[in-house]
Design a binder for this molecule. Structure first.
Ligand code: PGA
Length: 249
């Protein structure tokens, strides 16, 4: 399966930032990469980003509410993201789990909402530094898979992003063998939960992916792509990352 290289702009980006997206889209059009490319800008930019992307790359949301509509001031539904032209939505990012107290159950409901709306959900999981130091990383992510990945969702509507919380925005990453160990574990847990066809679910690595480490990480077994934060904001950083995608389609 082709790798997926996803950029998460977080709460960064005004209309002027679409110039970076335009550079990325033109680059993808003239040098088609081996990977599928996705940018998740803030919700305010989605519709304009879809126009700028010119179908060279996909656009996604960073969160959605589980309900279709209603009295939920400030929230955005999966259907609204779809209507704005999004194809994906990130759910359960550790910043949502931390700052908005999202539980595994909330995340599962959002993943279901994504499927209902016709979006692919990128379900984020990952251990904290204390959990890793206590030797609990594998157990923590196994529990998050049980709680956050809806059992009834079709395989094609789910992507998993393994993002150790301590690696996000810190410049630190697990070693290659730790990433490989974790991704092998995630594959087993997903197959146990969803069945043998879960072998086709893309497992992204996220947390301080940058041009200097992308090639090594993307070459690891069971790594189906990357979720990139800071290094997705500038075309000059993001391009070398998606050009490092493994040719395995
Ligand atoms: P980072 O963020 O690449 O800036 O570490 C990754 C993420 O939070 O998705």
């Amino acid at each position: 399966m082709r790798q997926l290289i996803a950029g998460n702009w977080k709460m960064n980006g005004l209309g002027a930032s679409l110039a970076e997206l335009d550079v990325i889209a033109n680059h993808v059009a003239s040098h088609p990469p081996h990977a599928d490319i996705l940018i998740c800008p803030p919700a305010t930019l989605i519709a304009r980003a879809v126009a700028t992307a010119k179908e060279c790359l996909a656009i996604g949301g960073q969160d959605c509410r589980a309900e279709i509509s209603g009295a939920f001031t400030g929230d955005v539904s999966a259907e609204m993201l779809k209507d704005a032209g999004a194809a994906f939505v990130i759910v359960g990012h550790s910043e949502r789990r931390q700052y908005h107290q999202e539980t595994d159950a909330t995340v599962a409901a959002k993943a279901n909402a994504a499927h209902r709306a016709g979006l692919v959900a990128i379900v984020c999981i990952g251990e904290t530094e204390a959990e890793r130091n206590a030797g609990k990383a594998l157990d923590v992510v196994a529990r998050q898979i049980e709680g956050s990945v809806p059992q009834q969702a079709p395989i094609s509507s789910i992507v998993i992003a393994y993002e150790p919380v301590w690696a996000i925005g810190t410049g630190r990453t697990p070693t290659s063998s730790e990433i490989a160990e974790m991704h092998a574990h995630l594959r087993k847990r997903l197959i146990a939960r969803l069945g043998a066809h879960a072998k086709d679910v893309r497992l992204l690595y996220g947390g301080s992916v940058k041009p200097s480490n992308a090639r090594e990480i993307l070459a690891l077994p069971e790594v189906g792509g990357a979720l990139v934060g800071g290094a997705s904001l500038k075309a000059s950083d993001f391009q070398p990352i998606f050009e490092a995608a493994a040719r395995n389609s």
